[in-house]
Design a binder for this molecule. Structure first.
Ligand code: F6P
Length: 305
């Protein structure tokens, strides 16, 4: 007899997530099923619009953002949200318990090539987001749209991976993902910064000589999922060139991943401090990030400082 695996809803109950948080995560998961469908059926061209950072939006960015925004609104559980595709904090209901930060379609610059892309979400209790730190998140998740669509979440009780089945249900694939200390692969972004940053160049050259394998797609969700899925590895994106203070966004990208990776026993640092302790000063804040197997993160921080 096949062993039955819990659905996301049952699993959230089993791991003791409060009812309101469970409903919110299920609503986000529902939204991501529509994004999964949109990715398969929508042309991947430019939308003719730009987000607040001046990045050209593809149609799928705009569609994915609208899908999530609508579901957050309909949930009646969200006081405010910030999306990478919006210009400002969107306020919904003063009396609602949560605020949500999200990147609706991370990796949209590679979506036209049919590379794997993802959605990243962080959840905070209360209405305010500015002045908080990512450590205050009460949950985080990402969805990876690849040959299989996967959802990985944590509400502070381990990190759990689900697969979207043919009936449209997220079913547990692996519970309690863990990240060990011996990386077998490395993933390096914003390599242009190695031109001006000798320590970064030395680091990358060291990895090239080390016997570790390069695994890099240009989509943070895919590249960090590789680390969580294999249970080891390291991902870095260091500022320089066009992005002197780091390329990746604290609020929508680094914060949720730092929460998930630390829940899995790994580490996430700016190079100087845990990502989880960086205060959110503005919604477009960027940071360096070094994330993955703990000892390797510590070694890299030592080398870059
Ligand atoms: O923020 C968007 C993003 O596409 C991330 O998903 C990815 O890790 C990064 O940019 C890629 O950066 P680079 O082009 O510098 O390698």
């Amino acid at each position: 007899m096949p062993v039955s695996r819990p659905s996301l809803s049952v699993h959230l109950q089993e791991t003791g997530a409060p009812d309101t948080l469970r409903h919110l995560i299920l609503e986000v998961a529902r939204a991501c099923k529509y994004i999964h469908y949109a990715l398969r059926t929508t042309e991947a061209g430019l939308a003719g619009t730009f987000n607040q950072y001046g990045d050209a939006q593809v149609k799928l960015d705009v569609i994915s953002n609208d899908i999530i925004a609508r579901h957050l609104h309909e949930s009646r559980l969200v006081a405010s949200f910030i999306s990478e595709e919006e210009q400002s904090v969107i306020e919904l209901r003063d009396d609602a318990p949560y605020s949500v930060v999200f990147d609706p379609l991370d990796g949209s610059s590679v979506v036209d090539t049919n590379f794997t892309v993802g959605t990243i979400v962080g959840i905070y209790a209360g209405k305010e987001l500015i002045g908080r730190t990512p450590r205050e998140q009460v949950g985080a998740l990402y969805v990876l749209y690849g040959p299989r669509t996967l959802l990985v979440y944590s509400t502070g009780n381990g990190v759990h991976e689900f697969i979207l089945d043919e009936m449209g249900e997220f079913i547990l694939l692996h519970g309690f993902l863990g990240i060990g200390d011996n990386p077998k692969s490395y993933s390096v972004g914003n390599l242009v910064a190695t031109k001006e940053n000798a320590a970064y160049r030395t680091l990358v050259e060291g990895w090239m000589q080390s016997g570790l394998t390069l695994r890099y797609t240009g989509c943070m969700v895919t590249d960090i999922h590789h680390v969580l899925s294999k249970g080891n590895g390291i991902f870095v994106n260091i500022g320089g060139g066009k992005y002197p203070h780091g390329k990746l966004r604290l609020v929508f990208e680094c914060g949720p991943f730092a929460y998930l990776v630390e829940q899995a026993g790994g580490m996430a640092s700016t190079g100087k401090a845990p990502i989880l302790d960086v205060k959110i000063e503005s919604i477009d804040q960027r940071t360096n990030i070094i994330v993955g197997s703990m000892k390797e993160v510590e070694r890299v921080c030592g080398l870059l400082n």
